[in-house]
Write a protein that binds this ligand. Structure first.
Ligand SMILES: [Zn+2]
Length: 499
């Protein structure tokens, strides 16, 4: 089976597509056979009242969150604080330029070498690492993000579902089927379901998204230009993709398959470009190049990544991004000598907080906790508190045997970023390190609930009750959460809990 097609099916089938009544039961059967392996619970997403034809904003958001819940458990979900922080800062900059603040976006990285990005219902936008690596400058990457954001702001997903009348629920069920089958990741049955669903989806999707694509280009260009990126970035990237596409017969770049490009579309973009002012000078931030270096350091085996960066360093000995890439690859390789060399290559003081975060991580790996903590503290003074810096600091403090300090810092940070699950995870860890079992379980429960893992969150609340060291205040929060969260539990998951 074509491995690339399967990998892509996992994500590209997220856009709703039509599925006939005859196919649906077949896919459901495949799902139950393929996913329901012994000991593995089948959790069908709760799609709510499936008889409704229109997709309300609330429903769209609920579907998006459900899909995200599944994606977070995928191996391909790249849980890298710096890369995700960068994508969200870039996205915030694009969104901030818009007069309609009614949409919230959340960007996340997917570890996949194919060039692709996709929008999910509810404003979640996935970005393949292959896309980050292939962009020649920040405006090109921003151009693709702006195009995806436009699919969201123009309600294309809801409009597609609406366009199918009466079939909306099959569409959503098919979406869930493809997802779960892909997630099972365990054999031909699951993959067959994805491929079938995807083939059907592609065929039907191409017919009625051409107008959406043009609209996404038009709105995306405006977003790009309003945020002071070079709008030419969108055109140059699409042109390159199209040129590449000619060399592939059956395996066109993923982005072309999900967002069909035509000469007409490119000509349209070119036309509009002439009416926009070109704003040079902002199209390559250092952080973009650092993120790109990190993505390259994470791909392939760490030794060959190191060799690539070492060769680049011969050409550009002072290039911060190349040095950063070398150090990131060294951290992956895990050899102490190489880590020391990688650390020595990083500038101090650093021009970006990302460099400090990596330096501190290298120091922690070598057991130099005071050095790493000092570096992070200086970075926060110089560059301001970012989420990855606070998280790295707390992690270092716990490792250094100072969990009380970590707990204080995290409690303060949660006032700035309320409900941030990465901070909650760390705070729970700090509490366990302090021997505060009930509080540790309560906060772990909050972190799980924030990821929509309701059943697992309830299990943690139960453990908090049983821990025996909870004070009155903690236990009353546990009880209140227990009552509230039980009501939000979908029926299938409920059965699992009461077992
Ligand atoms: Zn598109």
């Amino acid at each position: 089976m074509d491995q690339e097609l399967c990998n892509q099916g996992r994500y590209h089938s997220l856009m709703p597509f039509k599925l006939t009544n005859a196919i649906l039961p077949l896919c459901l059967t495949i799902l139950l056979m393929g996913v329901g392996a012994p000991g593995q619970a089948v959790e069908l997403p709760d799609l709510g009242d499936v008889s409704r034809v229109t997709l309300s904003e609330a429903r769209e958001s609920a579907i998006g969150r459900e899909v995200m819940r599944q994606i977070r458990q995928e191996r391909a979900f790249l849980d890298d604080p710096e890369i995700n922080d960068y994508l969200n800062r870039l996205g915030d900059r694009l969104a901030a330029s818009q007069s309609n603040p009614g949409y919230s976006f959340q960007f996340f990285a997917v570890s996949d070498p194919s060039i692709n990005a996709f929008a999910l219902p509810g404003g979640f936008i996935g970005v393949h690492t292959g896309l980050i690596a292939a962009a020649r400058n920040e405006s090109e990457l921003a151009g693709v993000l702006a195009h995806e954001m436009a699919h969201v702001t123009q309600n294309h997903i809801a409009r597609m579902v609406d366009g199918q009348r009466g079939r909306a629920w099959q569409t959503l069920a098919a979406l869930a089927v493809a997802l779960l089958a892909a997630r099972s990741d365990q054999g031909e049955l699951g993959q067959a379901a994805v491929v079938t669903a995807q083939a059907l989806g592609m065929q039907n999707q191409l017919d009625f998204t051409r107008e959406h694509e043009k609209e996404a280009d038009r709105v995306g260009l405006r977003i790009l230009s309003d945020a002071s990126f070079d709008p030419g970035g969108m055109a140059s990237f699409f042109e390159r993709l199209q040129a590449q596409g000619r060399h592939y017969d059956h395996a066109a770049p993923a982005y072309l398959r999900t967002h069909p490009l035509t000469h007409e579309r490119i000509a349209d973009i070119q036309d509009r470009l002439s009416g926009l002012t070109k704003r040079p000078g902002r199209d390559e931030s250092l952080d973009f190049r650092l993120v790109q270096a990190k993505v390259n350091a994470l791909s392939g085996d760490p030794e060959s990544a190191q060799r690539r960066f070492q060769a680049d360093l011969q050409q550009r000995p002072d290039d911060v991004a190349t040095r950063y890439g070398l150090a990131a690859a060294a951290l992956r390789a895990g050899n102490n000598d190489q880590i020391r060399t990688g650390l020595a290559a990083l500038p101090d003081p650093a021009p970006s907080y990302m460099v400090d975060a990596l330096a501190a991580r290298l120091m922690f790996t070598m057991g130099n906790y005071p050095g790493g903590l000092k570096r992070l503290q200086e970075a926060m003074r110089r560059h301001g508190e970012t989420l990855p810096l606070v998280d790295a600091y707390a992690r270092g403090a716990i490792l250094a045997g100072q969990p009380a300090q970590a707990r204080q810092r995290l409690t303060d940070a949660l006032r700035v970023w309320p409900g941030e699950v990465a901070l909650l995870d760390r705070l729970s860890e700090a509490n366990f390190a302090l021997g505060r079992q009930a509080e540790g379980h309560l906060i772990k429960a909050e972190a799980l609930y924030g990821r929509d893992l309701v059943a697992a969150a309830l299990e943690q609340l139960d453990l908090a009750r049983k821990a025996g060291d909870g004070d009155y205040y903690t236990l009353s929060i546990v009880d209140a959460r227990m009552r509230a969260w039980r009501q939000s539990l979908p029926p299938v998951t409920e059965a699992k809990v009461s077992r």
